[in-house]
Design a protein around this ligand. Structure first.
Ligand SMILES: *Cc1c(COP(=O)(O)O)cnc(C)c1O
Length: 435
């Protein structure tokens, strides 16, 4: 490999202990398969902006309405991020300051609700997120969450149960209905939920943490619009999952009234100074997502997920809802091997160089710590350039590792095969160092 610019040169010189740890992590990222559905590899440009001098600046407030001086340039940077984001989702208003997806959701709740208000959201054990009312999360402690789940009927098995949402909405009169999930492989149609919400006068929030990049890339309908021209009232999302930006989040809406509530909730409601280095990196990511090449990427992510899904089905796994429309696959291990738990499977795959996470499946007989499922996603490996053929290989490597899990030699051989495969599809940083 040709010597090149090392963005960690000063860390190497001044803090070899930390440098060595970062090197080890980089090594892990490039020699093992990254199949965690919420992860991705950002571009080098995103990493450069994240590591820029903007980390030195305090900018409490919003563009042209700051509390400290010296924000002339920062104002332009944050405005650039806002304008690009509005264009990306066809939104009237955008807030790019939330530090993470959980903060964005907290801001949405703080802006729209009073403590104790009722909210309808997806069950956590069927795909919802911690911030959708978990009793150990601020959401479940401050607000009265009621949960809807997936259908058990043959004809729409493991799809979101709309009739359940409708009847819970009539029964509980929530002020807000939260849509969106962390482990749901299918496209969610916003139209029927909008109708249910309108009947009871509730807000609709779409949590697009996972699918924001798919929406931006045109392979998932924009929930802000809906097919009838009016979708959710606001959409929160992370910038680091399918959207392939820096760690962080944002909120968009078409309502001036909601935008004003959200802005006040983010600052001064929840956060102090924004991370302008992260906001600059968000601006980079939004520009990348506006480029036509991102549509190609998003399409490949979904095609790869379908290819991996087919491969897993051929190996004897059952997929929750029977397949995927997105970047994500939820795999039920019980048809493959009734004795194999999600916890054991995750550990076996980890030792074979295949990184994924265990996940509860709907109506899981095992506990959330053990589980009967695995969640896989294709955003990261698609960024590295893998395609359909590699996905078929990955599916068979997963099955082989799990079948031969008691044989240490077999696991090591798979780990070597994985490393060899990964060496042909390096992450963006590696590609640049080789250039
Ligand atoms: C990932 C995720 C979040 C939280 O994002 P963080 O950046 O980890 O705080 C919120 N909602 C959903 C649905 C998610 O998948």
């Amino acid at each position: 490999m040709a010597p090149s610019y090392n963005p960690l040169g000063q860390v190497k010189k001044g803090d070899p202990e930390l440098y060595e740890l970062i090197e080890r992590e980089q090594d892990r990222q490039r020699t093992t398969l990254q199949l965690i559905a919420s992860e991705n590899f950002t571009s080098v440009a995103v990493m450069e902006a994240t590591g820029s001098v903007l980390t030195n600046k305090y900018s409490e407030g919003y563009p042209k309405k700051r509390y400290y001086g010296g924000n002339v340039v920062v104002d332009e940077i944050e405005q650039l991020a806002i304008d690009r984001l509005k264009e990306l989702f066809g939104a009237g208003f955008a807030n790019v300051q939330p530090h993470a997806g959980a903060n964005a959701n907290a801001a949405a709740y703080l802006g729209l609700l009073e403590p104790g208000d009722t909210v309808l959201a997806m069950r956590l054990d069927q795909g919802g997120h911690l911030t959708h009312g978990s009793p150990v999360n601020f959401s479940g402690r401050l607000y009265n969450f009621v949960s809807y789940g997936l259908s058990e009927n043959e004809d729409d098995l493991e799809r979101i149960d709309l009739s359940q949402i409708a009847s819970l909405a009539k029964q509980h009169h929530p002020k807000l209905i939260v849509v969106g999930a962390t482990a749901y492989p299918r496209i969610i149609d916003i139209d029927p939920i909008r109708e249910i919400a309108d009947e009871i006068g509730a807000y609709v929030m779409f949590d697009a943490a996972h699918v924001a990049g798919l929406i931006a890339g045109g392979v998932y309908p924009n929930p802000l619009v809906g097919s009838k021209g009016r979708g959710c009232d606001l959409m929160t999302f992370t910038t680091h999952k399918t959207l392939r930006g820096p760690r962080g989040a944002a909120i968009v809406t078409n309502s001036a009234e909601i935008a004003s509530k959200v802005d006040k909730a983010v600052f001064p409601g929840l956060q102090g100074g924004p991370l302008e280095n992260a906001i600059a990196a968000k601006a980079v990511a939004f520009k990348e997502a506006l480029d036509p090449s991102f549509r190609v990427y998003a399409k490949l992510v979904v095609e790869n997920a379908k290819a991996l899904a087919d491969s897993l089905v051929a190996e004897g796994f059952r997929l929750v809802s029977g397949g995927t429309d997105t970047h994500l696959i939820l795999c039920d291990l019980r048809t493959f091997d009734a004795d194999l738990s999600g916890k054991e499977a995750q550990e076996v795959l980890d030792s074979a160089g295949i990184t994924c996470n265990r996940n509860q499946i709907p109506f899981d007989p095992r506990s959330p710590f053990v589980t009967s499922g695995l969640r896989f996603g294709t955003p990261a490996m698609t960024t590295c350039g893998m395609g359909k053929q590699e996905m078929e290989t990955v599916g068979s490597l997963i099955a082989r590792a799990l079948r031969e899990r008691k044989d240490q030699g077999a696991i090591e051989a798979i780990r070597d095969e994985v490393a060899q495969l990964c060496s042909k599809f390096p992450p963006p940083l590696e590609r640049r160092q080789e250039a």
